[in-house]
Design a protein. Structure first.
Length: 260
């Protein structure tokens, strides 16, 4: 697996409340992106704590497991669900023990690649996309008010992009004592490339623009994953950069790890 990730403050915010982490081992790869909320300090703390807690649980659970180990989908799902639970617990308890952090929370989108499958979890409106044979597909569902309106048929996707309540999310880590992530499983043949990102990217960059960048259609030579993450973030800033922007790319291409 080859991967690269980048986070950017954008053009309007005074701090970066996004956070991401990638752990790559011989037997698994784990990636997580969190987008914090709750004021400058609160958002930073929430996303950082959640990213670290989630990654620690996954790392500890899989550090001694090999692809040959007889482990079921349900057991892997239990690992990532436990990781989300621990992240939620830490953010929730911290928010309720410090008056300055009261009300903080964070989105979370993650993928755990193990044993020929990609196990995806999401809470909030950060997203995971899969690209296969040049076709981009959004795998996760946004837990947001505008997605609720889209599902009801009240607005369309274009109207959602500029809706005044587009920043309202309906599910987040740290807001309640418990949270339920939505889980998806991709088989190895379902994707060539994965993109995890915060809504700072998707609120400014269309799926068509993301596709063009990931394909490197205008390049005279092969574009690296590192360069593609930079181009994604650059495009979001080109379109206004009103939020923090994070993008993590994971490719099945056999190569050495990209620096992040």
């Amino acid at each position: 697996m080859k991967y690269s990730g980048k986070t950017d403050i954008g053009l309007k915010r005074k701090s970066n409340q996004d956070c991401f982490a990638v752990i790559s081992r011989d037997n698994f790869l784990s990636a997580v992106v969190c987008d914090g909320m709750g004021g400058a300090r609160g958002g930073n703390v929430a996303s950082a704590f959640a990213t670290k807690a989630y990654s620690r649980v996954v790392k500890n659970a899989l550090s001694k497991v090999t692809p040959e180990t007889n482990i079921t989908d349900d057991e892997i799902i239990q690992i990532i669900t436990t990781a989300v639970d621990k992240a939620n617990e830490i953010v929730y308890n911290t928010a309720n023990s410090d008056a300055e952090l009261e009300g903080m929370g964070t989105t979370l989108v993650s993928v755990l690649i193990f044993g020929g499958k990609a196990y995806v979890a999401n809470v909030g409106d950060s997203r995971l996309y899969a690209m296969k044979n040049g076709v981009l597909k959004q795998i996760t569902n946004d837990h947001s008010f505008v997605q609720f309106l889209i599902d009801k048929g009240s607005i369309n996707a274009e109207e959602a992009r500029n809706h005044p309540n587009r920043n309202i999310i309906l599910r987040a880590l740290g807001v309640n004592e418990t949270v339920t992530p939505e889980i998806f499983i991709l088989n190895d043949e379902d994707y060539d490339l994965l993109l995890l990102c915060s809504d700072g990217l998707t609120s400014h960059v269309t799926d068509e623009e993301i596709t063009q960048i990931l394909l490197g259609s205008n390049a005279k030579r092969k574009v690296s994953l590192r360069k593609k993450t930079e181009l994604l973030i650059g495009k979001a800033n080109e379109h206004g950069g009103t939020d923090n922007i994070t993008a993590v790319l994971i490719s099945k291409e056999e190569s050495s790890k990209a620096l992040v």
